[in-house]
Design a binder for this molecule. Structure first.
Ligand code: ADP
Length: 216
């Protein structure tokens, strides 16, 4: 499948993307994960992106498109891809449209994960992430805690709170989402490719997406 997952920070895009890749072998492409990897590795890209990310602002579209242009041409994308956290702005969506045309690829669906704001806020402040860049398992101090000494249950690495998950950065990320990313819902609705799913249960969302894709 080739799909875009839309939704506010904390809507569950990463969790759903992982379920979908396990299901059909397509790859999850998370621009957030790619950027965090670059920051950690102190690459040129990472150095350019770091400040924006720590403030909860968006990284410039041109940098993101550079990343995506090469990422979508890697061989593992032939089985399909789940775009998680991209596109984030109308210019990115326009650029993606051109890129997909150039690569002769067609999207199956754009899925919007529609989750109430109070649920989002609660999730973001209680979220923890495995620090191993090859794992990145997501935990929640209330509903899915790591081991009692704060280690990942999958790979044993320390589980951490992301630098952009302080209350100030979270508020900024949600504002940025409302201003820059939420207009994409209408953008894809107009194109006729949008499927809106209002649910907070990942199993229910997963089943709903499978049914949508089967229905064509
Ligand atoms: P979340 O969806 O939880 O905010 P992500 O992991 O998707 O987190 O992104 C983390 C940060 O990386 C964003 O706050 C932003 O600074 C940057 N980022 C990720 N994807 C994009 C994108 N497509 N365009 C611009 N900035 C991005």
């Amino acid at each position: 499948m080739r799909i875009i997952l839309l939704g506010a920070p904390g809507a569950g895009k990463g969790t759903i993307a992982k379920m979908l890749t396990d299901y059909d072998g397509s790859v999850q492409i998370s621009t957030g994960d790619i950027l965090r990897g670059a920051v950690k590795g102190a690459t040129e890209l990472g150095e350019k992106a770091r400040g924006y990310m720590e403030r909860g602002e968006l990284v410039p579209d041109s940098l993101i498109m550079e990343i995506m242009e090469s990422r979508l041409q890697e061989p593992d994308c032939r089985k399909g891809f789940i775009l998680d956290g991209f596109p984030r702005t109308i210019p990115q969506a326009d650029a993606l449209k051109n890129l997909l045309q150039k690569l002769h690829l067609k999207l199956d669906r754009v899925i919007n994960l529609d989750v109430p704001r109070d649920v989002i806020l609660d999730r973001l402040t209680t979220r923890r992430t495995c620090s191993n860049p090859n794992c990145q398992e997501i935990y929640n101090v209330k509903s899915k805690p790591p081991t009692p000494d704060g280690k990942c249950k999958k790979c044993g690495s320390p589980v951490i709170q992301r630098a952009d998950e302080t209350e100030e950065a979270i508020t900024k990320r949600l504002e940025t989402y409302n201003e820059k990313t939420a207009p994409l819902i209408q953008y894809y609705r107009k194109e006729g490719s949008l499927k809106n799913i209002s649910s907070t249960s990942s199993d229910e969302i997963f089943n709903n997406i499978k049914a949508t894709l089967k229905a064509g």
